[in-house]
Write a protein that binds this ligand. Structure first.
Ligand code: ATP
Ligand code: MG
Length: 336
């Protein structure tokens, strides 16, 4: 003590099995006071008392340690529970999606079958018409439009055929693709609509893109869906705000991080945008904000499924009332 007299100090640390001590119980006994005790009996009693108190302190510190550890375990278990319920909710959502897709699969099987016959007839008649027009010496621009029609019809036929064959074996016409060319070709398909709506188109295509191994129809189908979504959105904004300047931006980018290399293709429009609360839902099958007959709500679901085949991803960002940007990522060397 400060007055020079000695004291006896008892420390009992509160220590978890691993790691540093959490705290300690401490007791001081004045030696002066102990020495001043008159006879030996008192001294023995004092020592015995002290020993009892020491034991009590040790027991107390043991129980304190247990309580603190139990409290920690409880908090860990609570966190685990929260994680598990989030995982459960996710699994439930995916299950509902898969069920919807299964129903869709059955419906489309008969749909695809029934659609095949009229498609064949249309293709045949378009070829005949082309022959007639060539004989009549029709304008070059008419023939170009006819070729686009034939090309598009062929695509529908391929999709239908691909679907009907998909139960047997997947269509595998993989090619090394220049994605910039695929983007240009897809833009050509929507160009009549772009022109009719007076949309300003900005293109920034990265010429460092190397070829990507993919089925051309897959990439075209994804891009076509994205471009049509953007044009739909620009159109509906134009209806509400006729003076609004419609702008569409398409881009491609070569990206590299460490050993990973991938391509980004994107479509950005200055249309209606998507409210934050609906952003997660746009990939759900049958989710649409379009009128009956104008949208099925399957476009983005199909795009995502196609990209999964290439270990690719589709990401959507938006600001309600202002813009929407959809980015598609395809890794090089994915063994699709
Ligand atoms: N560029 C975009 N701008 C604004 N909203 C969009 C855009 N792209 C998608 N959406 C929203 O996401 C919904 C789902 O899109 P998705 O392409 O899956 O279906 P859809 O376009 O409604 O119908 P479908 O493509 O089958 O004809 C759309 O109805 C729309 O509300
Ligand atoms: Mg769509």
């Amino acid at each position: 003590f400060e007055d020079g007299t000695g004291y006896w100090e008892v420390w009992a640390p509160i220590r978890p099995k691993k790691g540093p001590a959490l705290g300690a119980v401490r007791m001081e006994v004045s030696l002066q006071a102990a020495a001043s005790l008159g006879n030996a009996v008192w001294k023995i009693m004092a020592v015995a008392g002290l020993a009892t108190i020491t034991c009590l302190i040790l027991v107390l510190s043991y129980f304190l340690r247990r309580t603190i550890q139990n409290d920690r375990k409880l908090r860990l278990t609570e966190n685990e529970n929260v994680n598990l319920s989030a995982q459960l909710r996710d699994a439930e959502r995916q299950l509902v999606m898969k069920e919807k897709l299964a129903v869709m699969g059955q419906l489309t099987a008969s749909f695809a079958h029934e659609i095949g016959t009229p498609l064949n007839a249309m293709g045949g008649h378009l070829d005949l018409l082309r022959g007639d027009l060539v004989k009549e010496g029709a304008k070059e621009s008419w023939m170009r439009r006819l070729d686009i029609l034939r090309d598009q019809l062929q695509k529908i036929e391929n999709i239908v055929k691909g679907f009907l064959q998909s139960t047997a074996k997947p269509v595998t016409q993989f090619q090394l693709l220049d994605l910039n060319k695929v983007m240009d070709k897809t833009l050509q398909i929507v160009s009549p609509r772009l022109d009719a709506m007076g949309v300003r188109l900005d293109k920034s295509l990265d010429n460092r893109l190397g070829p990507v191994r993919a089925v051309p129809l897959d990439v075209e189908q994804v891009l076509l869906n994205l471009l049509n979504n953007s044009l739909d959105s620009l159109q509906s904004k134009r209806r509400a705000m006729p003076a609004h300047a419609s702008r569409l931006e398409v881009f491609s980018r070569y990206r590299r991080e460490g050993l990973a290399e991938w391509v980004e293709l994107g479509v950005l429009d200055t249309g209606t945008g998507i409210p934050r609360k609906d952003l997660e839902r746009v990939f759900e099958p049958f989710y649409t904000t379009k009128a009956v007959g104008e949208g099925t709500g399957l476009g983005l679901t199909i795009c995502r499924e196609i990209l999964e085949k290439y270990q690719g991803r589709l990401e959507i960002e938006s600001k309600e009332g202002a813009w929407t940007k959809v980015t598609l990522r395809m890794p090089y060397g994915a063994n699709a």
